[in-house]
Design a protein around this ligand. Structure first.
Ligand code: APR
Ligand code: PHB
Length: 393
């Protein structure tokens, strides 16, 4: 077994691990990143693409904002479609000037990977059997296997940035962790296509057949979703069937502008809300999807990962620069307070806009009333907008 020492061993090279790694590197704190898969595999994942200002600022602070500022699309609002009506949520006016940036998570990850490669910091891809050890004691370490050789990384702290199915959270004994979960009775069928977007802004649609979303990646690439059965399969949907169903769920006047093309990616994602508490176990922290999952409806997944990274980096920087544990001691509480706001918001947006197969007539009336109130009340819209652009850190 080879032995290596670092200050922070980061498990997972998704956006959480890479962003934390970059901030630590810039602050002169040594970190190794381990991932069980390779760079290309990670970059093949397609996920939401709406960045809160705080997320964009943090990426900029990390030194990876250049392409994002150049290619990202600033959005001052989005639209909610209901039947044939279209209502604009004017984010900028409702929040006193705040906006969001539409820039794909895949691009964020690519920028972070390129920056890390250029900085010369160590990332081990295709690391097998990654396991955190002794994080409840004072000398934690992580073991892994690479090309048949066993390795051990000794460290001060372990950052579990290894996503929902990662090994960090599952290494914690059940008695030390509380989990909260809601699994929704539907999924999202998503299609990516090299065609211009249907509208200048995102459209969230509520329709008796189910929810639909028109999003984009650039002026020439669009991302669309329709609510589907949770057990449905991609093979059941030809491109033509997808476009026909999407068109039906949109107001006629905008459906006419739908530019269809061959799908370059098509996948079904289940919807889930999940939180595990706390987010610190001795010298190991959980970050991002390793600690919590939101349904994609409010596009909060990456943004919550970014706020976790912000709080954890703050704590680690303070620990190394000022030998104070105050920041790392506060990490779990600070991160979770913001996470629960994101969980509540994503749940409420999901609840308002999807068709729930088990809703009884009472539930249906409540849902219709909720949406009607949202579309007619500036106060309700202000709350929606405040959450959509992102609550302050
Ligand atoms: N050992 C090593 N690496 C692992 C292991 C393991 N046992 N399990 C998972 N990983 C790696 C995965 O291969 C992946 O690259 O951890 C990484 C986790 O990345 P993400 O799942 O992207 O999680 P995170 O970085 O927290 O990103 C949060 O992703 O799912 C979206 O909506 C979410 O946008 C948010 C963002
Ligand atoms: C996306 O572009 O993939 C996207 C945008 C907004 C959402 C969810 C997904 O709320």
């Amino acid at each position: 077994m080879t032995r290596h020492r670092t200050q922070v061993c980061i498990i997972g090279s998704g956006p959480s691990g890479l962003l934390l790694g970059q901030l630590l590197h810039n602050a002169g704190i040594d970190a190794v990143i381990l991932d069980r898969v390779g760079r290309e595999y990670i970059l093949a994942r397609i996920r939401a693409g709406v960045l809160e200002t705080g997320t964009a600022d943090l990426l900029e602070t990390a030194g990876v904002g250049e392409r994002m500022r150049r290619e990202g699309l600033v959005h001052d609002g989005f639209e909610i479609a209901h039947g044939d009506a279209l209502h604009r949520i004017d984010l900028k006016t409702l929040t006193g000037g705040r906006t969001v940036l539409v820039y794909g998570q895949t691009e964020v990850t690519r920028d972070l990977m390129d920056k890390r490669a250029a900085s010369g910091a160590t990332t081990i891809y295709d690391a097998g059997d990654v396991e955190p050890h002794d994080f409840e004691g004072s000398s934690p370490f992580v073991t892994y296997v690479k090309d048949g050789v066993s390795h051990r990384v000794d460290c001060d702290f372990i950052a579990g940035c290894d996503g929902f199915h990662g090994v960090s959270r599952s290494s914690v004994p059940d008695r030390a962790i509380s989990t909260f979960e809601k699994v929704y009775p539907f999924g999202w069928l998503g299609v990516l296509t090299d065609r211009p977007p249907i509208r200048d802004e995102l459209v969230y649609a509520s329709h008796p057949h189910g929810f639909a979303l028109c999003s984009m990646r650039s002026a020439t690439r669009s991302r669309y979703y329709i609510q589907c059965d949770v057990n449905d399969r991609v093979e059941n949907w030809s491109d033509d069937q997808f476009w026909a169903e999407l068109r039906q769920r949109l107001p006629v006047k905008i459906a006419e502008n739908l530019k269809t093309g061959p799908s370059i990616e098509k996948s079904i994602a289940p919807l889930r809300s999940f939180v595990s508490e706390p987010m610190r176990f001795g010298r190991m922290f959980t970050v991002g999807d390793a600690a919590h999952i939101v349904p994609p409806t409010g596009a909060k997944g990456l943004n919550l990962a970014a706020s976790d990274v912000h709080y954890l980096f703050d704590g680690l920087r303070e620990y190394y620069a000022e030998t104070s544990s105050a920041g790392i001691d506060a990490y779990s509480g600070r991160a979770l307070a913001r996470v629960w706001n994101g969980i509540r918001f994503s749940w409420s947006m999901t609840r308002m806009l999807h068709r729930f197969p088990d809703d009884d007539p009472f539930d249906q009336r409540i849902q219709a009333t909720e949406l009607g109130h949202m579309l007619s009340s500036k106060n309700a819209q202000a709350s929606l907008a405040e959450n959509y652009v992102g609550l302050p850190y």
